[in-house]
Design a protein around this ligand. Sequence first.
Ligand code: FAD
Length: 432
Amino acid sequence: MTEENYDFDVIVVGGGVAGSVCAYLLAKKGREVLLVERGMEPGSKNLSGGVFYCRVMQEVFPNFIEEAPIERRITRNCLSFLNPTNFVNVDYWDSRLAEPVNAVTVLRAKFDPWLAEQAEEAGVTIMPGVKVDGIIREGGRFVGIRAGEDELRARVVVAADGVNSFISQDAGIRGKEPLENLAVGVKSVIHLGEDEVKKRFNLVGDEGAAYAVVGDCTEGVAGGGFMYTNKESVSIGIVARLDDLTKKGKSSSDLHDHFLSHPAIASFLEGGELLEYGCHLVAEGGEKMQHDLVRNGLVVIGDAAGFTLNTGFTVRGMDLAAGSAVAAATAVDHALETGDCSRVGLERYIAEYKKSFVGKDMATYAKAPDFLENDEMYGDLGLMLADVLYGVYNLDLTPRKHILPTALSAFKASGLKIRRMAKIGFQAVRFL
Ligand SMILES: Cc1cc2nc3c(=O)[nH]c(=O)nc-3n(C[C@H](O)[C@H](O)[C@H](O)COP(=O)(O)OP(=O)(O)OC[C@H]3O[C@@H](n4cnc5c(N)ncnc54)[C@H](O)[C@@H]3O)c2cc1C
């Protein structure tokens, strides 16, 4: 193919965090970039719980905090065990998380259009409302995309089309992902008004709170609940692993409704108005989902490449999407510069992401999914913690016991096994 046959240097498929950041950076380097998004507007198809660990965005956009439509800076993190009749929280507030800003809440329906706007201002051509149906192969290379009757050609195609990545499947990189590598998230955004959000979550100024919840929120199904504060609303929902959901015969929307109506949770939401409701797949497999991410003329980034991390403490996907986009933009620009957009020329992407926080964190938490397979995390452990605290606080006129015997009686009554707990403790120390 001659140079004149190319419509663009790069075609990016998907206008989520990964696609828009990659397109923006390549346009800033002077490349001709097309961003194709199937939604009528970037963000219209996208869903996140909403805590964005945003240091990487501050490197890409120096005025990110001032200019991006962020909701609140997260300074309070609560790790919560929810049981049918009680709620145990490890509540951690730290003013050091406010500055430099560590994590913010975002609403994708506002955030993604802003991001796409930055890309457009940098020179990216954005084509919304167009679903890519396939990629064009010629002589062992990927040379463009097909959408309906139309074909568009580029020297490099970047697949940023999310967790289901049709492009990676079409390119033969991925097959159908096994159920244990996937979860489904169901989320609501509930409007309360700014004063109520601050009052109910004990917040000042633009600070925010993020609850990561396990236990009764998913009725024992592997996964968890989340509750994040926005400026005037709360993002709340559950994420449940597909294999366990199927095994236990539960429905994800029922789990969502059950979580929101739990007495310990419902009081946060009382009188609120539902603004948004949606569900979306979540990649949960960690490093197991990383396949071959580079082919001749093609790179895969973000969720499409399986870059998500759930440790139980944090759910991360957006920062990894942005980090992989930075790595890909560096590699693609270099490949265009040298004129080698073959697999060998693009392999720099692998080296770039591996040396960045994306590759390092994916390796550090490679076994986090194994830790989250322990059933005790989703029921018995939280119940036992509540029983210990009940023993401490319930002054029922029986003689008091010291904390150790109180804890031991709760442990014995729980049915938990010492060997299992030792194994879980060992895994927690090693894997998280
Ligand atoms: C319920 C839930 C809670 C989550 N919570 C968090 C959280 O708190 N923090 C966090 O960091 N991450 C969270 N995540 C994960 C996070 O949302 C993802 O990791 C992140 O969105 C990945 O970004 P991406 O750009 O790779 O993919 P996406 O945001 O999914 O973007 C992919 C884009 O590609 C487009 N597209 C797909 N196919 C085509 C096609 N054929 N043609 C054209 N366009 C196409 C889609 O419309 C979409 O715009 C959560 C996910 C869910 C579902």
